[in-house]
Design a protein around this ligand. Sequence first.
Ligand SMILES: [Zn+2]
Length: 122
Amino acid sequence: MDKKKLKQYETKLNEYRNMLLGMVERTEDYGREADRDVSQDPADKASNSYTKELLFSQSTNERNTLKLIEEALERVHDGSFGECLNCGEDIQPKRLDAIPWAPYCIKCQELQEQGLLADKEE
Ligand SMILES: [Zn+2]
């Protein structure tokens, strides 16, 4: 991949990273806020725990994406960015434009979603 293009992806990744870090922080603040509010009737409590549930799954998603972004930034630095982690083929540029932190090409992503890809996590 040419340096200019790589730099663009790096900039994009850093922007997403900062955005997500801000979101995770706000979500955690909001969760603590909801915890402090003790003067609630049971209906409020139920909706509060629903909200917290929602926030929790949302922040889990954000954290997962953050992790993928950080791994992608590492690949930018070690020069392997843009290669599929599974088969080593170049990831389609269109896919990288949409999801610059995508670790797999479309083919391997599908395998992964079907649980057919060996888990390469440490
Ligand atoms: Zn692949």
